[in-house]
Design a protein around this ligand. Structure first.
Ligand code: MD6
Ligand code: FE
Length: 219
């Protein structure tokens, strides 16, 4: 995988700071890549949530997830006692998931290209909302049919401590702070790395939350 910082001149419009941290083979944090688009992204999140409200999925084991979620795109990620899967309809409203905003798909394509993945065309976006007490335990993203495509993840709102592990759950993890506007892109040999969110930074008096967009090619 080659890292081509100057993949395309139009990419430069997307980010103010091209600083890149390498997490592992094929995995990068593009610091501040979405900084100039946070307002647009947030209004698109609000529009999705107006159609497909936040909900706390149950894990297959019956536990309520602390992270609130919704989706947009052709398919959305669903969890319940039957398991994890992608579905075309929101089980809460029985409607198709809201369509993927252009701003999400374009940002994801540019971020993927900057990390060396050409022609990324996401068909699913999971939107996560973290309050201060929310956590996401170590997991692999393996419900997608297309494991050859990378995943692009965009952070908004409060900063968080992201855990980056290895290909085994028991591998040691590295703590990586993700700030609003940071974009993580990973695929290739790192596609099935275990990862999670250890904590969200903030004070309990504030109403602020963290949002994360995870764009994937699911089908
Ligand atoms: C989060 N992210 O940042 C959780 N998964 O809130 C993920 O679980 C994730 O950032 C796959 C690829 C990128 C991610
Ligand atoms: Fe994940």
């Amino acid at each position: 995988m080659t890292l081509d910082l100057f993949a395309s001149p139009r990419d430069t419009a997307c980010h103010d700071s091209p600083h890149i941290d390498e997490l592992g083979p094929g995995a990068f944090v593009l610091r501040g890549f979405a900084q100039s688009q946070l307002t647009v992204l947030q209004s698109n999140i609000d529009a999705v949530v107006a159609q497909a409200p936040w909900r706390h999925w149950l894990t297959p084991g019956g536990k309520r997830m602390s992270v609130a979620m919704t989706n947009c795109g052709d398919v959305g990620w669903i969890s319940d006692r039957q398991g994890y899967r992608y579905g075309t309809h929101d089980p809460l409203t029985a409607q198709p998931w809201p369509s993927m905003p252009d701003a999400f798909a374009t940002l994801a394509r540019h971020a993927a290209e900057t990390a060396g993945y050409r022609d990324f065309a996401p068909d699913a976006c999971l939107i996560n909302r973290y309050t201060l007490d929310a956590r996401l335990t170590l997991h692999q993203d393996r419900d997608e049919r297309e494991l050859g495509a990378p995943i692009v993840s965009v952070s908004l709102g409060l900063p968080a401590i992201f855990l980056w592990g290895g290909l085994q759950r028991s591998d040691r993890t590295r703590r990586v702070r993700l700030a609003p506007g940071d974009v993580v892109v990973w695929g290739g040999p790192s596609r099935l790395v275990y990862h999670g969110i250890a904590s969200v930074e903030g004070s309990f008096d504030a109403q602020a939350v963290r949002y994360n967009l995870t764009l994937r090619k699911a089908q």
